[in-house]
Design a protein around this ligand. Structure first.
Ligand code: NI
Length: 194
């Protein structure tokens, strides 16, 4: 599936919950995995493929290659692959820390983003089993980023006014399709050829 680029309205909207009988849910989730892996992402939210629904997928295995992490952390990242449906973050705790984030909808833009260390989240998996779990560190970070997508928030919304000004031209270029991404994308403001 083409990934929707920065500037699309669907990325700015709060997504809606879905029911277990949502049309072709299994196929959609499988397409989202395929799309995410093809783009070398660690997470992908439904709004990024043009659907305003509360669904995102995460596989943190690529982060496990970071040898500055402990063996335990690496094993946890290696094994974390999960589908989140109708997620609600119940609370966020711990100290805020900076991490250099990127987003498949905003190619070639990376900035440090402050987020809390720990979260508690309620969600349903692909079999519509309910879970309430706590996460911290990098896994919490990826969940927070994807969760923001279903709330209509992008990581660039969280930057300081100065940083926002510095990347404004880049963001405009992305929304107009004046970039060459390494994976298929859909650009909101690209003029159609007649
Ligand atoms: Ni993103």
């Amino acid at each position: 599936m083409p990934i929707v680029a920065y500037g699309a309205a669907v990325l700015k909207q709060k997504a809606a919950p879905i029911e277990a009988d949502y049309t072709a849910l299994e196929a959609l989730i499988s397409n989202m995995w395929e799309t995410m892996y093809a783009a070398h992402g660690v997470g992908l939210a439904a709004p990024q493929v043009g659907l305003g629904i509360r669904l995102f997928v995460i596989d943190t295995a690529p982060f496990a290659a970071d040898d500055s992490l402990s063996e335990d952390e690496r094993q946890e990242l290696e094994g974390f692959k999960e589908v989140f449906i109708n997620a609600q973050i119940l609370d966020e705790t711990g100290e805020a820390w900076d991490f250099n984030e990127g987003c498949l909808s905003i190619p070639d833009v990376r900035e440090d983003v402050l987020r809390n260390e720990s979260i508690r989240i309620q969600y349903w998996d692909e079999n519509f089993q309910e879970h309430t779990r706590s996460f911290n560190g990098l896994i919490a970070r990826v969940i927070q980023h994807e969760y923001d997508h279903i709330e209509g928030i992008l990581f660039t919304d969280k930057l300081s006014p100065l940083k926002k000004r510095l990347i404004k031209r880049k963001l405009t270029a992305i929304s107009q399709g004046k970039i060459n991404p390494e994976y298929p994308m859909r650009f909101p403001q690209m003029k159609r050829k007649r």
